[in-house]
Write a protein that binds this ligand. Sequence first.
Ligand code: 13P
Length: 343
Amino acid sequence: MASASLEGTAVALVAPGRGILAADESHATIGRRFDALGIANSAENRRRYRQLLFTTKGIGDFISGVILFDETIRQTADDGRSFTEVLASAGVIAGIKVDRGSKPLAGAPGEQVTEGLDELRERLAEYKTLGARFAKWRAVITLGEDGRTPTRRGLEANAHALARYAALCQEAGIVPIVEPEVLMDGSHSIERCFDVTEATLYTVFQALREQGVSLEGVLLKPSMVLPGTTAPRRAAVADVAQATVRCLLRTVPAAVPGIVFLSGGQADELATAHLDAMNRLPGPRPWPLSFSYARALQASPLKAWGGDPARVADAQRAFYHRARCNSAARSGAYTPELERSAA
Ligand code: 13P
């Protein structure tokens, strides 16, 4: 059984109308986003950018938690408060990315495994003292063009690492977000994405059980079931919603308190529309379907800011708008009028 506090945190993170902001980009990842807009990738620019997001007025109405990066959880706002204090005062729970990225899996060409289990117990203890109540670990599953990957070995290696991480988090009193991302890259069909996502989730939940992880104290962060980015046959929003929910119903136990999707490189409005369409499907469903987006919440505010202190208010408006639209999508209440209301 998960402790009451683990379960309580997990349930709070998927409270109605609210979802998670992933702001845990590594220096390299945020560097790529900054580069595209000509913003220097300095610690101070990263601090100013994250401050802009976290101090957006009213954000606690739509955002339940924020996933931070190691540097960010140690940074402070202009007024001297730590970012975790800033978030807490807005009613937002702080989380922390604890994986150390993916590396090629030995003996498995084209497949990757996520690293970061070394000293994880000690790192979690420190993050807890810094205010983190939940954590994230992302596994990356790549669909090979030849149809041969992922292999069972690749799926099991990633599921095992996710489960070891989740068990350590729960031991530390931190809710693990379990994130197996089936990448959109490639020309695969939506049907193949369905099969691979089903096999991935099945393997992940088996590993969680084997490692003694309490399902009431985790959140699942999956990718949606989509055709690959270069697939000749695109999928309608309703088809993505149906395939994704069907896949989850087959694989995710009802004991899991919530599912928070990643956006995975989908265009902002499409990520919102897909979540909305899933929440419009006839139920019942055992778990709330919410969001834990990075790119789909941040692309527009980052562009609006562009590193310019004079454009902070514009960027905050853009962020507020995307958070509001995704909040509406949680109950199938996202409309074209709401999307246009920002203008
Ligand atoms: P995206 O929403 O940009 O996929 O990021 C979510 C995330 O946390 C990736 O690990």
